[in-house]
Ligand binder design. Structure first.
Ligand code: THU
Length: 126
């Protein structure tokens, strides 16, 4: 997952922030789906790497996330933004690991529940 996220991060479109992000999700079927951030000159239209990775997973026909990995820029550790935490929540459970990485290595692993406690999810609509 780190390799996939690192590779796709190289292709990020981040001319405005200069902050390139790569993400990879491990689908329930074992597939690894990667995505990078895609910024836009109309700033709010930009897409986070995690959202791109999730879209790739859904497009590949997988509907559950086993693990998430995100790689930021430089030494400061990235964590998924609030919106991405909710996007992950749609397809993952509270114990799902989220690996936080620099381009060099996995630095910390947290659970989705640690990132998004008391979350709202699909079960609430059943
Ligand atoms: N970004 C992500 O791709 N994922 C995150 O979880 C945090 C932020 C991107 C959005 C924007 O292109 C750049 O990083 C700076 O915010």
């Amino acid at each position: 997952m780190l390799k996939a996220a690192r590779e796709v991060r190289e292709r990020a479109h981040a001319p405005y922030s200069g902050y390139r992000v790569g993400a990879a999700v491990l689908g329930a079927g074992g597939g690894i789906h990667a995505g990078c951030n895609v910024e836009n000159s109309a700033y709010p239209e930009g897409l986070c790497a995690e959202a791109a990775a999730i879209a790739a997973m859904v497009a590949a026909g997988e509907g559950r996330i086993q693990a998430v990995l995100v790689v930021g820029d430089g030494a400061d550790l990235i964590t998924p933004c609030g919106g991405c935490r909710q996007k992950i929540r749609e397809f993952a459970g509270p114990d799902t690991p989220v690996h936080l990485c620099t381009p060099a290595a996995v630095v910390q692993t947290v659970t989705l529940d640690e990132l998004l406690p008391l979350s709202f999810g699909p079960e609430h609509l059943e």
